[in-house]
Design a protein around this ligand. Structure first.
Ligand code: HSE
Length: 422
């Protein structure tokens, strides 16, 4: 039986979850994987998280240089989050010949080329299953299970906090602020929820998933990003009236040498499997040219699910050949990142309730090459009414131009919403 010593940097929720699994399932992993993994050091700001978990203080370490110099430790789990000091610490560890398992999507999305090269140069591994979609093994599936496929598209609900908020708005008919407060009370949303609700977290994950799916670097900066803060209770009610749910979708597609990657709210037909993914759950729905449609579903966050992904990477790293399957230099110079994309659109417009208004709006859409799929007029006040319009697929540029013109029509009080449709 191989005996291996490892360390954990950052004993917060996720690091603590990984520690608990490694401790609780140590003998099970020994019997099933023929490897004995001992957590021999924990690096954190102070000893408090160790004391809280009843871990011997002798494991505490506050000096990254000492940890990097410790020849007994073969691998380090990084669960600190954020770019710094995680980047500096991981750099030191890779240079000292230790493999790293990380859950840090922001760091990877922004610096993966540099870190992957460093791992390769030092003959060690950099593993990141836990960086995307928590316990759902999507990284391994993309990297190791779908080599026979050209992935054409990936549609994901990859942020649990926003999915919880939108589900709450959908099922309990409450507004965004109330649902966010509830998510914060239950610990799904951070006190500062910006990273989740503005779509940053999902955009980091999509940059990683798209890079793996399309075998080329899809930089975080090329991912279009829009969050859920403008979604209203009325949007959800209107979407229901049309047979849709609203989800924060992460979408990436490859068409020849063009890649598009975007994160934004979207109307998802209730007949689509992604519409049924509710609460804090995540799902990834992808299409490969050989395998067809695949859907992965599970907990996208939390101590135990994310800890499960970390432990899986740890066992893989300690047993197998070194790897950093993010792709290293696999940057394809021929790739163009889409500056425009097409989608169906939902629009909610408050207008004067008098003859010819719908006609004027239809003319503007038609002049911009946008075709209407369906229109619904909600009961109004007499003077004003609300029009819900669904369009056929159109380019983002056309719809944006049409919206600009519609907003200026004297018969239009306001364009309340414009949401893409899956
Ligand atoms: N905050 C993320 C989510 C989990 O809500 O899905 C970590 O990426």
């Amino acid at each position: 039986m191989q005996k291996k010593k490892i360390a954990i940097m950052g004993l917060g929720t996720v690091g603590g979850g990984a520690y608990d699994i490694l401790t609780r399932n140590r003998e099970y992993i020994m019997s099933t994987q023929d490897i004995d993994i001992e957590v021999a050091a924990i690096l954190d700001r102070d000893e408090t998280p160790l004391i809280r978990r009843g871990i011997a203080k002798s494991l505490f370490c506050s000096d990254i240089d000492k940890l990097a110099a410790n020849g007994d430790i073969e691998l380090v789990i990084e669960t600190m989050g954020g770019v710094e000091p995680a980047k500096t610490f991981i750099t030191k560890l890779l240079r000292s010949g230790k493999s790293v398992v990380t859950a840090n999507k922001e760091l990877l999305a922004k610096h993966w080329t540099e870190l992957t090269r460093l791992a390769e140069q030092n003959g060690v591994g950099l593993y990141f299953e836990a960086s995307c979609v928590g316990g759902v093994p999507i990284i391994r599936a993309l990297g190791e299970s779908l080599q026979g496929d050209r992935i054409q598209s990936v549609y994901g609900i990859i942020n649990g906090t926003t999915n919880y908020i939108l589900s709450k708005m959908s099922t309990e008919n409450i507004d965004y602020t109330g649902a966010l407060a509830d998510a914060q009370k239950l610990g799904f949303a951070e006190a500062d929820p910006k990273s989740d609700v503005e779509g940053y977290d999902a955009a980091y994950k999509l940059s990683i998933l798209a890079s793996l799916a399309f075998h080329t670097v899809v930089p975080y900066e090329s991912v279009y990003r829009e969050g859920i803060t403008k979604i209203t209770g009325a949007d959800i009610v209107n979407a229901h009236a049309l047979g849709y749910e609203i989800k924060l979708l992460a979408v990436c597609k490859r068409d020849g040498d063009t890649v598009e990657a975007r994160v934004h709210p979207a109307l998802v037909s209730r007949s689509h499997p992604l519409a049924a993914v509710s609460g804090a759950y995540n799902a990834v729905y992808l299409n490969g040219d050989s395998v067809g449609d695949l859907m992965f579903f599970g907990a996208g966050a939390g101590a135990s699910p994310t800890g499960s992904a970390i432990v899986s990477d740890t066992v893989k790293a300690l047993k197998g050949p070194r790897c950093c399957d993010f792709g290293g230099d696999r940057s394809d110079d021929n790739i163009k990142f889409a500056g425009d994309f097409t989608s169906g659109y939902y629009m909610c417009v408050t207008v004067d309730d008098k003859p010819g208004v719908l006609g004027k709006i239809c003319t503007v859409l038609s002049d911009n090459g946008v075709s209407i799929k369906s229109a619904l007029q909600r009961e109004g006040t007499g003077e004003r009414t609300t029009l819900l319009l669904l369009t056929h697929r159109a380019s983002e540029r056309s719809i944006t131009a049409a919206m600009g013109e519609i907003e200026k029509l004297p018969v239009v009080a306001a364009v309340e919403s414009m949401i893409r449709v899956l």
